[in-house]
Design a binder for this molecule. Sequence first.
Ligand code: SAM
Ligand code: ZN
Length: 337
Amino acid sequence: MAAVRESLLPVLRCPRCLGEGTFRLDARERDAREVREGTLACSSCDLERPVRRGIVDLLTDPPGFVEREADGLERFAEVMRADGWDAEKILALPDVDLGYWNAQANAMERMLADVPLHPGQRILDVGSNTCWASSRFAREGLDVVALDIADNDLQGLGAGDIHFEGRGIFFERLLSVMYAPALASGSFDHVFCCEVLHHNDRANLDVTLREMFRLLKPGGRLTVVNEPMRFPLRPKLDHAEEVAQFEGNEHVYVMHQYIRAARAAGFTVRLPKLRDALDAPFDRSFVPPGRLGPLKKALRDGPGGSVLLKAKRAARFWWINAIRGDANLTLYCVKPR
Ligand SMILES: C[S@@+](CC[C@H](N)C(=O)[O-])C[C@H]1O[C@@H](n2cnc3c(N)ncnc32)[C@H](O)[C@@H]1O
Ligand SMILES: [Zn+2]
């Protein structure tokens, strides 16, 4: 599918003057898919920003925590390379038998089943990382913008080229921050956040959700999947230490902080069926409410049995997922018309 960079221009917002659709593009080098090298200039404030290797760079003056995380991802990409990660492995994502990837694959299948995505609609993949989800959405016929703070080739927007060449698809790639995305208001039908909202401190979590609301058209949908959470018996107080090596700006919230932030931004929030909302943890297999054996079935069908069994199953579910706790959160949010 051929696409031209010019179609992205009305969707951009100048990070300096906040003018929408104000960029003009001076293209120096193109391939069959896109402008590879060029300069964007804002007609309102004269800001000039580069397009390099097909990636639009609107990340102006990033704060230290953004720079450190982007640098950490570059170091992490080196570790991956040394571990044998290459284009073939990136193309196989999310179908890799690792806990993290099983969770991403499940979340994507559920989203494709639950959220009406129509070819031609525009979707933003926030914190696209390896670009596996952008690639999948592009294959579904969606017009995709991948947004991240990192542009390296395995853990950043540079990975887009692997998907373009390996799959014959295209999506746009934008260096920008989710709490101030350089994108025009009301320009997206969908926003996808997979394991990314927790890369915000508390104040920026609220701001990011307000920004996602701004970007969506009325009736547009924000799908949040695989957000890590705190639980009463797993408060994850040492969470920052776990990610210190690569300096990820990671935080972790209780379920209702995510929900409250989305509602405060104006979204109508719906959880999928509860057993799906609190999703399979990465590092152990999910124990869904058990199948009914014949005895249990008889109990359920007998007088009062159904209520008792339902209560037992609910209690077990809440114990495993919401108290002992090691689940990730899925939220379906809609911007009211
Ligand atoms: C855990 S990874 C997300 C993974 C990806 N969505 C997936 O499904 O595999 C977090 C990503 O968010 C990006 N990120 C972190 N802070 C960000 C910010 N402020 N704005 C945009 N992206 C950010 C990181 O660069 C990283 O690629
Ligand atoms: Zn401007």
